[in-house]
Design a protein around this ligand. Sequence first.
Ligand code: NAP
Ligand code: MG
Length: 395
Amino acid sequence: MKKITMKTPIVEIDGDEMTRVLWKMIKDTLILPYVDLKTEYYDLGLENREKTKDQITIDSANAIKRFGVGVKCATITPNVQRMDEYNLSTMWKSPNGTIRAALDGTVFRAPIVAKGLKVFIPTWTEPIVIARHAYGDVYSGVEALVPQKGKVEFILPNGDKHTIFDFKSSGIVQAMHNTNESIYSFARSCMNYALDVKTDLWFSTKDTISKIYDGRFKEIFQIVYDNEYKEKFEKAGISYFYTLIDDAVARIVRGNGGVIWACKNYDGDVMSDMIASAFGSLAMMTSVLVSPDGKYEYEAAHGTVTRHYYRYLKGEDTSTNPMATIFAWTGALRKRAELDSLPELASFADRLEKASLETIESGVMTKDLVSLYQGQAKGVNSQEFLTAIAERMNG
Ligand code: NAP
Ligand code: MG
């Protein structure tokens, strides 16, 4: 069989633990036999981050800026326990945080929907994608206990003073901020992604209460839409829709899904966990980082599955679900195909996704999905699952 050729490399970012093991299995079983794979490889395994003083993470982010498309394996974000385990000189920052900051990107979390797997909200037949603005608001808020009676104020650089509250006795206070620049980037990333996956975009805030703060978010989204995206959206047959957060929640619950829901930082934090649990499994959730200038990084939403890795190291059989990592690869391959006009590569990505879904739909799956499957399910280990997908590709 002649392998599919590529033009531009994909930035391949390797990671840690069980997902690093899966990474190689996926490539060997499902990609390398079919594609003459071109990648620029960055090893973000924790040992190499230590060895390079985390320069490798910065290099990988710059490579995505250069090539436009990356695929990333889950990585350990070190904590105190990892410092000992890996003998680290310092507690290196979250690679995802570093890459997101470098690309000024927004993260979109999208569930993989397979027929036969229980969805806890049965009307949700299409994926609901959450776009979370991962900058500012309460996450970089300044807060304090107010110990006694007195006026709390904030002062703007021009000297304007605003009274927050004139306390009669003790209490609490919080201040938060956002920047126009970050909101513009967020709006552009959302609109790029909506065009990319040809899906309607919703945005919600509480601008009836927060007329200036949330009002600014609403206004910037509308400016970006009207000036830069309206025509493109109309051509693609998709829409942009702004509504109040309360109304959005009510509509989402009653709808069929099939939307991208852009949320402010806190709303996105809360809603993405609701959506993930309703769609059944973190192992079936992909994640895409999109920059405002259209660079893409694909990954699984889950972590390195440490508990399975320790069992794997002991030589025990593990059944770790590779679906989200497979879909990270197909996402990156399809994007590369689109940018380089490689229809064969695009149809390979489609075929691989279809074969993966059909394998689950036929009742063959990793053990985490068995209790969600409505029918007679066969729980297999990771390699058996990948082999079953490959057989479907070949058959
Ligand atoms: P996790 O790796 O997502 O795993 C949590 C649990 O969820 C697992 O123990 C497993 O449950 C289940 N699970 C997750 N993915 C699965 C899959 N593909 N197949 C089957 N089951 C799956 O989260 P964590 O244990 O909190 O974090 C582990 C490490 O990952 C940490 O060092 C953290 O820093 C890192 N992390 C990285 C990323 C990233 O790179 N994007 C994201 C999150 C966490 P059972 O054990 O019950 O089977
Ligand atoms: Mg959360």
